[in-house]
Ligand binder design. Sequence first.
Ligand SMILES: [Zn+2]
Length: 185
Amino acid sequence: MKKFSDYLQAIARTNHPGNGLKTQWLFYCGMLFLSRDKWWGDFRHRPSRHEGIDICWHRNEQTHEVHGFTPETRIPAMENGTVVNICDDFLGRTLVVKQKIPEASEFKIIFTYAHIVPEANILIGQQIKKDQVIATVCDTQKNPQLVPHLHFSCFEIIEPVPETRLDWNVFTDPEKVNMICPVFL
Ligand SMILES: [Zn+2]
């Protein structure tokens, strides 16, 4: 829980320097891990359980003014890691990042930052540092039902897959990955 709440603070600090600590984050149920609910469009059901957490709505602790993300919203890295792939998702691009936490698992741990536009200097094979800005949020004008947001997931890769082939075909295959709740990292 600490790591995830620290990450939300890092996003706030990155985008509202000096005011980040006054940011409170807001979630519809459908934005949460394993939810079957949609938080857009007809608010009915997702085709499959949500593989991560969607992040965008936040408010100022004092004024209670609610804001979403915009295509200018900058996304920092949650932890140090290595970019092993950059692939498409249904809204934009996904950064696939291998984490250096071998003691946590005998398997490979992957973080994905999805529905984003990677920074121009972020390339496959590159090391990234905690809090480094790695992307901006994808513009959703072509999918107006959805607002710009970050989808963050954590996966344990349980079947050997070449790193450059780690994409959403793999991440949605329960024989190849275990989904880990980001809140319990
Ligand atoms: Zn999502």
